[in-house]
Design a protein around this ligand. Structure first.
Ligand code: FES
Length: 114
């Protein structure tokens, strides 16, 4: 059974920004939305692009390559050209660190308020 792993300190992911991390060979993007952390697959489901580098609009990230928007809490695609949702990952914050459970979720992630 997977266990939570430390992926970043809270200070490394300021509000309104994302950061790509590698966990068990997976590239995962973690975002800070006004103190709530979300994690999704970093690679866009359309082509090769890092969603961690996309612009945030509330809890939505826009792919930096062609602009598809993904809903961070659910991984849902909100606009073309991507049509496949991204996986989400449960995250929690403890002792100023962001922890992630490396088990992809098709449904809702579990955001954690700081
Ligand atoms: S690579 Fe993300 S929308 Fe095309």
């Amino acid at each position: 059974m997977a266990e939570y792993v430390k992926i970043a300190s809270v200070n490394e992911v300021p509000p309104g920004e994302g950061k790509a991390v590698n966990v068990d060979g997976r590239r995962i993007a973690v975002f800070n939305v006004s103190g709530t952390f979300y994690a999704i697959d970093d690679t866009c489901t359309h082509e090769e692009a890092s969603l961690a580098e996309g612009a945030l609009y509330g809890d939505i990230v826009a792919c930096p390559k062609h602009g598809s928007r993904f809903h961070l809490p659910t991984g849902r695609v909100l606009s073309l050209p991507a049509v496949i949702p991204v996986n989400t990952y449960p995250v929690k914050v403890e002792d100023g660190q962001v922890w992630l459970l490396p088990e992809p979720q098709k449904g809702h992630g579990m955001p954690h308020k700081v």
